[in-house]
Design a protein around this ligand. Structure first.
Ligand SMILES: [Zn+2]
Ligand SMILES: [Zn+2]
Ligand SMILES: [Zn+2]
Ligand SMILES: [Zn+2]
Ligand SMILES: [Zn+2]
Ligand SMILES: [Zn+2]
Length: 231
């Protein structure tokens, strides 16, 4: 059973206390909607994380994603980063699994992307496997704004030589997958939520600048987060 009070590396110096959250709050670790069981700062800082995020390991070995051990780190609030696996945006100040020497970053959630026996309705004939390779996405290739073919993460069918972006493979998830298959859709839905939350924060920041208020106030780290929480 989870403890009621914990010390956690994500918020050094203060104990975290178990709470039940109701929306709208954002988890300070993954930037997804925080509702249900979580841990908040016992010293009343504006800090709260999912119970599941509190359980994430500080160090992660995930050879399918990256050859080296990854460390869960908080990104700077002035950094604009993209996840190297799904290419989705990473919220400034959120936590990522990182390999510092390689500059590899990954959403905590993307560590949970299914790697083998993956089903996508866009290529339902065969199971797909997560690969980092030169590829060209069969779903979005040639479309306006689609990424150019090149090195990246794909769900691949080696038998047919078909590659799908991680995000594109999950977009076709409308059909029911057979029960013995996993789909990346649930994981990517969470990543999309993060992206949405980043856009809200950026829109608020722009509004503030347009309103003629000082940009210095913007640099105060808690501002964007607080406004987003009560938006
Ligand atoms: Zn979280
Ligand atoms: Zn605190
Ligand atoms: Zn990701
Ligand atoms: Zn590395
Ligand atoms: Zn694609
Ligand atoms: Zn195939």
């Amino acid at each position: 059973m989870a403890q009621d009070t914990i010390s956690h590396f994500s918020h050094p110096g203060h104990e975290l206390v178990k709470r039940h959250y109701l929306s709208p709050y954002l988890c300070d670790m993954c930037w997804e909607d925080l509702s249900g069981s979580g841990y908040g700062c016992g010293a009343r800082c504006d800090f709260g994380i999912h119970e599941s995020c509190a359980a994430r390991p500080l160090k992660l070995s995930s050879p399918a994603h990256h050859a080296h051990e990854l460390v869960l780190v908080q990104t700077r609030r002035d950094e604009e980063l993209a996840c190297d696996v799904c290419v989705g945006g990473c919220a400034p100040g959120s936590f990522l699994y990182r390999c510092p020497p390689c500059g590899f970053d990954m959403h905590p959630r993307c560590a949970q992307l299914p790697q083998t026996a993956v089903y996508s309705s866009l290529h339902s004939e065969h199971d797909l496997t997560l690969v980092l390779a030169e590829g060209s996405c069969a779903a979005c290739q040639g479309q306006d704004g689609a990424p150019a073919p090149g090195r990246g993460w794909f769900y691949r069918c080696s038998a047919c030589n078909v590659d799908l972006h991680v995000s594109c493979a999950s977009a076709g998830d409308g059909e029911e997958a057979e029960s013995n298959h996993v789909t990346p859709g649930d994981v990517l839905a969470g990543v999309a939520a993060v992206h949405n939350n980043i856009q809200v924060a950026q829109a608020l920041a722009r509004l503030r600048v347009q309103g003629g208020q000082s940009v210095a106030a913007l640099a105060r780290p808690s501002y964007i987060k607080e406004r987003t929480k009560y938006f």
